[in-house]
Design a binder for this molecule. Structure first.
Ligand SMILES: NC(=O)c1ccc[n+]([C@@H]2O[C@H](COP(=O)([O-])OP(=O)(O)OC[C@H]3O[C@@H](n4cnc5c(N)ncnc54)[C@H](O)[C@@H]3O)[C@@H](O)[C@H]2O)c1
Length: 320
């Protein structure tokens, strides 16, 4: 297959590119390197075509899509921290940029794999979160909800075009972690805590640390993405791609301290100190994974302890 990966120099995108190359596909990457790094593509670079540019450049997106069979759209301003700090540019990237990609797929008959997020569900109390569940969001005056809203617009657009013939699947990622996580990027909690533990700094946990997440090892994130893109049974559907092992942030921090043999202690800091007044967090986030299992035969199988050990091993070999 001829594939285009937007955001392919990013953390998840570069792992996806590695797998696509391994599987023998042609790969073109479009990335503006705003949070991605060419070093992420080190292994794959000689087997792909890399184009530095933005998804806001509609002509460029159109021309690259015109020669693709499948477009993996991962480029985005990612994560809540980013969105709170740069709400306007993030919204524009995540809406107009995505619109350029989606509409190019429509024009050229390419299949679209749209990367979305568990943030879609907002602060719902319904657990586990199933793909057709209600979304529960806060006010538009709270910037963090702009990420969820922008991704939801992308999903609506893709679903609406699907009714007119666009072949597409949507994946909602749940807290992916693994090698190439960038602690200076969008602020993944695993990356932040690992860096702090290895630097023997206090591990900063927001709130009381009893909030939970389901951490998904990146190889699983990529496997779910590939199945959603290539398995025809997934066409037109939305899939949660996540592990359903629920972990509190306190337990995650404790595990990281133990695995790194760090002397760091855990320090609880208020959300307001990190994200400003009015920040709202989601207390639990657990995917209902039945659709991905039933339709795609996919399960995110890597236990957190193993994934953290593999991430730590990568960290130690690249950050010394
Ligand atoms: N990491 C997670 O746990 C997670 C969770 C939910 C959803 N997602 C989604 O997965 C996708 C990949 O995220 P990631 O975690 O790998 O983050 P990332 O920041 O590493 O990857 C995003 C990539 O997009 C590129 N990019 C940003 N704006 C661009 C633009 N205007 N034009 C071209 N390229 C641009 C960046 O340079 C980067 O390489 C995103 O769509 C994100 O919303 C990730």
């Amino acid at each position: 297959m001829r594939t285009l990966v937007t955001g392919g120099a990013g953390y998840i995108g570069s792992h996806l590119v590695d797998r696509l190359v391994e599987l023998g596909h042609d790969v073109v990457v479009l990335d503006d390197l705003s949070t991605g790094h060419l070093t992420n593509l080190g292994q794959a670079m000689s087997n792909i075509r890399f184009v530095e540019g933005t998804i806001l450049d509609a002509k460029l997106v159109d021309s690259l899509t015109s020669t693709a069979d499948v477009v993996f759209h991962l480029a985005a301003a990612v994560g809540v921290g980013h969105i709170v700090e740069k709400p306007l540019s993030s919204l524009i990237t995540n809406t107009k940029g995505a619109e350029n990609v989606i509409e190019s797929c429509v024009r050229h008959g390419a299949k679209l794999l749209l990367a979305s997020t568990s943030e879609i569900y907002g602060k719902t109390a319904t657990m586990p979160m199933a793909e057709d569940d209600d979304r529960v969001l806060g006010s538009t005056t709270i910037a963090r909800w702009g990420y969820s809203t922008a991704k939801a617009i992308d999903e609506h657009l893709a679903l609406a075009y699907a009714q007119q013939g666009l072949r597409m699947s949507i994946v909602r990622y749940f807290n992916s972690y693994g090698p190439r996580l960038d602690p200076r990027g969008y602020g993944s909690v695993v990356a932040n805590l690992l860096r702090q533990a290895l630097d023997n700094e206090p591990l900063t946990v927001h709130g009381d640390g009893t909030q939970t997440r389901c951490f998904t090892f990146v190889n699983d994130t990529v496997e779910g993405t590939l199945r959603a893109a290539f398995d025809e049974r997934g066409e037109g559907l939305v899939f949660n791609i996540g592990n359903n092992q629920e972990t509190t942030i306190n337990d995650l921090a404790g595990m990281i301290v133990a695995k790194t043999s760090s002397e760091s202690r855990i320090q609880h800091v208020s959300y307001e100190a990190r994200y400003g007044k009015g920040f709202e967090d989601t207390k639990r986030r657990v995917p209902d994974t039945r659709r991905a299992t039933d339709v795609l035969g996919f399960t995110a199988a890597t236990p957190l302890e193993d994934g953290i050990a593999r991430t730590l091993q990568w960290w130690r070999t690249t950050h010394r």
